[in-house]
Design a protein around this ligand. Structure first.
Ligand SMILES: Cc1cc2nc3c(=O)[nH]c(=O)nc-3n(C[C@H](O)[C@H](O)[C@H](O)COP(=O)(O)OP(=O)(O)OC[C@H]3O[C@@H](n4cnc5c(N)ncnc54)[C@H](O)[C@@H]3O)c2cc1C
Length: 319
């Protein structure tokens, strides 16, 4: 299909919400176009073992789960394209999607936004090399793998406190590492963490390097005190990042209602609004509209809902 034709459904993102939407939309014969974006396969493609996605009693590698979803979507006619949405015009229907100056814009009757929220990383080469091998940004997902180990959490806000407290269920000791002297978490969360006997605090400290790249397994952290410059080593077996997420929705600023952190606000799970009013034919699913659960199964669930709503919209408004 040429991109000058008007599409029935374009899906923004190829993580588990976008691919689930693609499976449903393709099976409804909508021939969805999936724009894969800067991270084809989404967050699961950078992780290793996923043990909590139903149907895989022994667990499944994240990239394999995503590859299965892609095959399932393409089998029914979904069209996957390596492209990144730069901007969108949602002011007139059909909607126009701009993929960059040298590319033909795409027009579509329905748009499913499944662009996710990318975890913030420290961006150290050693940290990036060990994602899925003892470095994680998801305590709910990977806490179990930290059972019986001494671990570290980076961050000083509420999400870092929440992760640290949650991880005490598994880890024998949790060290919270914060760049500034003061932890900016709310006093209630901070008090809870301070009161916990397994949590210790290291302030004015940054991670310089994650040790264990050669062994492909976290062996410790090289730390630097930002006040004194003193270097030290912390022997931990796991590093969790608790420094937040960046929702991939900046191309919808001013066109959809976003929360103060930039997540798309929805009602009924998948219906975004603009100035409080529905935007016909636009749906949002997965982590881009869910800052609470952030799980593959919840992302897949809302991906299914978004596709069913897109199908219903097209039925009601004529294709
Ligand atoms: C290290 C790690 C381990 C995890 N482990 C588990 C686990 O064990 N179990 C579990 O349930 N969950 C786990 N999660 C969470 C899970 O991966 C997410 O909840 C899930 O991936 C969210 O799916 P999504 O489709 O909403 O978004 P994402 O997976 O983030 O996908 C977003 C997609 O949008 C695309 N995109 C973004 N911007 C644009 C744009 N402008 N144009 C086009 N495309 C765009 C990206 O390229 C990407 O394909 C883990 C997450 C991480 C980071």
């Amino acid at each position: 299909m040429s991109d000058t034709t008007i599409r029935d459904t374009v899906i923004l993102g190829s993580g588990c919400s976008g691919l689930t939407a693609a499976i449903y939309a393709a099976r409804a014969n909508l021939k969805p176009l999936v724009l894969e974006g800067h991270e084809p396969g989404g967050q699961l493609s950078i992780t290793t073992l996923v043990e909590n996605f139903p149907g895989w009693p022994e667990g499944i590698q994240g990239p394999e789960l995503i590859e299965n979803m892609k095959q399932q979507a393409t089998r029914f006619g979904a069209d996957l394209k390596m492209a990144h949405l730069v901007s969108a015009d949602l002011s007139k229907h059909p909607y126009e999607l701009n993929l960059g100056a040298d590319k033909e814009p795409i027009r579509t009757r329905t748009l499913i936004i499944a662009s996710g929220a990318s975890a913030r990383w420290l961006n150290l080469p050693s940290e990036q090399a060990l994602i899925g091998h003892g470095v994680s940004s998801c305590a709910t997902c990977d806490g179990f793998f930290a059972s019986g180990k001494e671990i570290a959490v980076v961050g000083g806000g509420d999400s870092a406190m929440e992760e640290a407290l949650f991880l005490t269920r598994f880890a024998t000791k949790v060290t919270l590492i914060n760049r500034s002297e003061r932890f900016r978490a709310s006093s209630i969360m901070l008090e809870r963490a301070i009161a916990h006997p397994s949590i210790q605090f290291l302030s004015s400290t940054v991670v310089e390097e994650v040790l264990g790249v050669e062994e492909k397994d976290v062996r410790g952290l090289k730390l630097r005190n930002v006040k004194t410059g003193e270097l030290s080593t912390l022997p931990v077996a796991f590093l969790f990042l608790g420094i937040g997420h960046i929702p991939n929705a900046k191309m919808f600023h001013g066109q959809l209602d976003l929360d103060p952190d930039g997540y798309i606000l929805t009602h009924g799970n998948v219906f975004p609004t603009h100035n409080g009013k529905d935007v016909p034919g636009v749906f949002a699913c997965g982590d881009i509209q869910d800052r609470r659960y952030r799980q593959a199964i919840t992302a897949a669930g809302t991906g299914c809902m978004a596709a069913l709503e897109a199908e219903k919209f097209l039925e009601d408004h004529g294709r």
